[in-house]
Design a protein around this ligand. Structure first.
Ligand code: NOJ
Length: 946
């Protein structure tokens, strides 16, 4: 193996002493399959799969009916336009406008629409008011930038007839090769094809046609009406799906397209051993008791896929908000000289199809995973830099039953010295399930409760869902109906369905007026009983409708602008989050703080406004295990502020499982314990020792590393990198590590952990990809250690705060510790980002961003920030925050005699001396040096010479 090296580290786990105590067997429940469609029960899925099968069966005797009319092609200012003709019969050709945009970022975008529908030249059945165009507003919700057209993209003059070639991207290293007939596109980098459209010939644009009664040649059984589970979809526009095959030649792994409870490296979906039988489905749904290792849909969708092979990552983003399925098939070419450079390599073919809308696909050619994160983030936005409290520990359950209950939990955390930042209220705080109210009997004094929390700088999150109870005298529903802001049914009347409150209506956040009104509801004088330390949880926003088809809204419901629910379904959730985000920005004039919202449903772009969690998991080991690939997958898919219910939502975890879940949960970017109403109370102080002590230690470890976490969040917020990173992302050359999804790195810190996710485990193997040294976090053993498997890769400087406190807010002015893990060459570097953790002042320079570097026996801190109008004032507030300790791990041998080091800080005229102590260790543990109280400012430029 070239440079990479496999080392297996065996850990003895702290819990092994106690695993035999407190075991409880929890039955795993499983989803009701009959409530959700299989591909064969979804008309367009069935049709597209059958089409692909038919095309494959015909082989070379078949040719795709789509061709680009050469006389229509125009290229100007980075944009190619033309018309694709779909041959339907000898005398019918359907015109499909094509636009290929070459963006300044190096991304290419291919959009295909249908001329007749664009012109409104179709008839809609059942007198429906539904729009005639194909839905083209998904970008309104998903995209925020990155669309600037390339100034340098140009036609390649050296092109054969029958092709159009466009050179684009950085240094024109990329080329789009468009074959006219049949229409297909190859995206090349450095002369090799990395992404292909329609080379299998599965492209399918179901054009509009009138319904003809009587016998027809084609099987029309799924064209006009579809019934599932007693609900009939009237399909006023008939069949209108879009489909395309996208191939990644030479790429064996594809990742992404969350949300699925499955491995990180996606499986094949056309059957065979270890493969799925069903395509991966994206149709945001409230899937009760979801199953694992499954391509079934879940609550959120990000139709963004990355393909990875040694040293190259490419990707596609399928911008379509309708129900979407993706088939994946892999094939391995035999290694012969004619196989055009992919001999012996595995190729992955994906086949995408959506029920309606346009074909709208972005192509990313990397070649690094970081390039993909960056350019995808330019389009859909980067992770919001959350308020600092939001990255600490959240305590939730369904439900804390009274305001006194909340206050007592708060006091108990302190009594047991377990830090936490946020306590949550689920739907039982409401008066009769009416949002924006409080149950007067159980929560008579919400402000008193919030004030107590605020005294320890703690927050409250309350749930607000999009279904509004239909009840006489309820002011919210009255206002919504009076202002005509609710979603309509197919006949244009206010839609009514069932959810927690019983009969309900849904706010239609596609309507700008609805956003304005929703915003008004959160003002302190309207949502009475809330103080500034109250934040929001948007749940059930798929939307979940208990009596709706597949537990959601009928597809022929109508939204603002007469778009059918079918067209917008997967962005529905984020339209609510978008409105809530605006609302939290404007609760009071002048009070501008970063909103915090947790959402269950999501789409590309949700990362700009919210955090997500993986919904209603179960207290089983398997659910604990799957949470890691799920969180990692969200991270590489642009939405890294992700977590799973710690402890498992349904059922009661054993003590061992709960403890292991906390030890794993501290590595979720969003770290929240939550539990179903029928479960026993399980606040961490309730569990007996030694579990309580182990859980407290885990939570404290999270708090100790908050500076590193916040720095990783900051990085995500400026360049899209995941907050926790899978193996392939950190070691893109190490082929053996590509499918590993049970261990993770925290940001760029070099901290590598492998949570324990199996019952009774007493050892764990950690996979090491490189030849670097790895030190145990706790005792600096090189390669072998005890306790939680947590390693520090050599070559990093990790910022920490070591003083235990009750909440992260109380740590604000605490001094820092820097842990310096030297690499093989005796060097290390790291970064730290700090700001007020609350406001947007960082956008005006109120932050500290440092690079720490250790080289040639000198540790230095350099400024990475740029000055803004608020810099000086902020630095003044931070002047007293200093570094209280530095630990240099595995220092040069000569340091044994070292007693002091020289400190030079900017702005001080003379150098000072600081004492240094060397600790030698035995038994494979690295020696280390402690610098006590070097007393350098965290916001200052300084140097320490050893
Ligand atoms: C469903 C959510 O997934 C769950 O977390 C919550 O407790 C219930 N809704 C009740 O609001």
């Amino acid at each position: 193996m070239a440079k990479s090296r496999l080392a297996s580290i065996r850990w003895t786990l702290l819990l092994s002493l106690v695993i035999l105590l407190g075991c409880l067997v929890v039955p795993g429940l499983t989803v009701k399959h009959e409530n959700f469609k299989k591909c064969s029960q979804s008309g367009f899925c069935k049709r597209n799969r059958a089409f692909a099968d038919d095309v494959s069966a015909k082989g070379s005797s078949w040719s795709s009916p789509y061709e680009l009319d050469p006389s229509s092609i125009e290229f100007k200012d980075g944009k190619l336009q033309g018309t694709i003709l779909k041959t339907v019969s000898a005398n019918e050709k359907v015109r499909l406008p094509l636009v290929v945009s070459f963006l300044e970022s190096g991304v290419a975008r291919v959009v295909i629409d249908e001329e007749k529908r664009l012109k409104g030249d179709i008839e809609i059945r059942h007198n429906s008011r539904a729009r005639k165009e194909r839905y083209n507003e998904a970008e309104k919700w998903a995209l925020v930038g990155g669309l600037e057209l390339s100034k340098s993209a140009s036609l390649n003059p050296d092109t054969e007839t029958g092709f159009t070639k466009v050179l684009y991207g950085p240094d024109k290293k990329f080329q789009a090769v468009i074959h006219h007939a049949p229409f297909n596109v190859e995206f090349q980098m450095d002369g090799h094809t990395h992404v292909q459209f329609n080379n299998k010939g599965y492209m399918n644009m179901e054009h509009w046609r009138p319904k003809v009664d009587g016998d027809t040649e084609e099987d029309q059984s799924t064209w006009w009406e579809e019934t599932f589970g007693g609900n009939t979809d009237s399909k006023p526009r008939g069949p209108e799906s879009v489909g395309l095959d996208i191939t990644f030649p030479g790429y064996a792994h594809v990742f992404g397209i969350p949300e699925h409870a499955d491995a990180l490296s996606l499986r094949e979906t056309r059957g065979g051993s270890g493969n799925h039988e069903e395509p991966y489905r994206m149709h945001n749904s409230d899937v009760f008791e979801y199953e694992l290792n499954s391509p079934m849909t879940l609550y959120g969708s990000i139709p963004f896929m990355q393909a990875h092979r040694k040293d190259s990552t490419v990707g596609v983003f399928w911008l379509n908000a309708a129900e979407t399925w993706v088939d994946i098939v892999k094939s391995t070419a035999s290694a012969n000289p004619l196989s055009l450079g992919v001999g012996g390599k595995t190729t992955t073919q994906s086949h995408w199809f959506s029920e309606s809308g346009q074909i709208d696909v972005f192509v990313f050619l990397g070649p690094t995973p970081q390039d993909i994160s960056k350019t995808y983030g330019e389009l859909t936005g980067y992770t919001q830099l959350p308020q600092h409290f939001a990255i600490a520990y959240h305590q939730c359950r369904w439900n804390y039953v009274t305001d006194e209950d909340v206050k007592e939990v708060d006091v108990k955390f302190d009594r047991y010295q377990i830090p936490y930042d946020v306590i949550w209220l689920d739907i039982e705080y409401l008066d009769d399930r009416q949002y924006f109210t409080w149950d007067p009997l159980t929560f008579p004094n919400p402000k008193g409760m919030e004030e107590q929390l605020d005294a320890s700088d703690r927050k409250l999150v309350v749930i607000i869902d999009p279904h509004i109870k239909d009840k006489d005298g309820y002011w919210v529903v009255k206002e919504m109906l009076n202002k005509d802001l609710a979603t309509k049914n197919k006949d244009g009347e206010v839609y009514e369905g069932w959810c927690w409150p019983g009969a309900s209506h849904w706010v239609d956040c596609f309507n700008p007026e609805a956003i304005k009104w929703w915003t008004s509801l959160f003002k302190y004088d309207r949502f009475k009983g809330t103080l500034p330390n109250v934040f929001i949880w948007n749940d059930m926003n798929e939307p979940s409708v208990f009596n709706g088809p597949e537990t959601t809204m009928p597809k022929d419901n109508l939204h603002y602008g007469n778009w059918e629910h079918r067209d917008i379904h997967n962005v529905h959730g984020i339209t609510l989050v978008n409105a809530t985000y605006d609302a939290l920005l404007e609760r009071k004039k002048g009070e501008i703080r970063r909103p915090f919202i947790l959402t269950r449903s999501y789409y590309a772009g949700a990362q700009r406004m919210s955090a997500m969690w993986t919904g209603d998991n179960q207290a089983t080991w398997e659910h604990l295990a799957i949470s890691l690939p799920m969180v990692l997958n969200n991270g590489i898919s642009g939405f890294p502020f992700a977590g799973a219910d710690v402890g498992g939502f349904f059922h009661n975890p054993s003590k061992e499982l709960l403890t292991r879940w906390y030890q794993a949960g501290i590595w979720y970017p969003f770290f929240r314990a939550h539990a179903h109403i029928d479960t026993r109370r399980r606040e961490p102080y309730l569990i007996s020792d030694p579990y309580r002590a182990i859980i407290s230690q885990a939570i404290r470890l999270r708090y100790q590393l908050l500076p590193a976490w916040y720095t990783a969040f900051h990085e995500a917020s400026v360049n899209g990198t995941p907050i926790v990173r899978p193996q392939y992302y950190v070691h893109p050359s190490d082929e053996q590590g590509f499918a590993i999804d049970d261990q993770l790195y925290l940001g760029a810190t070099g901290l590598l952990t492998k949570p324990v996710v199996s019952e009774g485990a007493t050892t764990a193997d950690v996979y090491i990809a490189d030849g670097e040294k790895y030190y145990d976090y706790f005792d600096y053993t090189i390669y072998q250690a005890q306790k939680v498997p947590l390693l520090m890769q050599g070559g990093h400087i990790i910022p920490r705060k070591d003083r235990p406190r009750r909440s992260s807010g109380l740590m604000k002015w605490d001094p820092f510790t820097l842990v310096i893990t030297l690499d093989k060459n005796g060097e290390a570097e790291g970064t730290l980002y700090v700001d007020d953790g609350e406001t947007f002042d960082y956008q005006r320079g109120a932050y500290i961003h440092r690079r720490f570097h250790f080289q040639a026996s000198t540790l230095s801190s350099e400024d990475l920030g740029t000055k803004g109008p608020k810099t000086a004032e902020y630095l003044k507030t931070m002047a007293g925050v200093r570094v209280e300790k530095m630990i240099v791990i595995d220092p040069p041998k000569e340091w044994q005699e070292k007693k002091s080091a020289t400190v030079i800080e900017e702005g001080t005229r003379t150098a000072s001396t600081v004492s240094v102590e060397y600790f030698s260790q035995t038994g494979g543990k690295a020696p280390y040096v402690v610098v006590k109280n070097p007393n350098v400012g965290i916001g200052k430029t300084w140097k320490i010479e050893f």
